[in-house]
Design a binder for this molecule. Sequence first.
Ligand code: SF4
Length: 101
Amino acid sequence: MKPEKALNLMDLPLPLPLPPDHQEHKWMLRALCRKRAPEVFFPSDGVGVERARKVCAECPVKDECLEYALTYRIDHGVWGGASERERRRILRARRLAAARR
Ligand code: SF4
């Protein structure tokens, strides 16, 4: 069997994707949910969503968190105090607003 050729970065078409900017996610260090059980932010019902929202309402990085979830199209959980359905609405509203421009 012929050995596979090792990946050579010089063979890839330009431009190469940029590496992730880890400075961009520094806000996560101030997230209130770091001190909570992860399942709080992945509720299965409306009562759970309300419980997560109460934590998010006090969080100093709520705006950054919501934008992160919107940017990376995170489908599950409560991010920035917004449920999955609310985030879909926000994205739809932004798409419509951009189409009108
Ligand atoms: S707003 Fe985001 S970072 Fe803050 S507690 Fe809620 S889920 Fe965590």
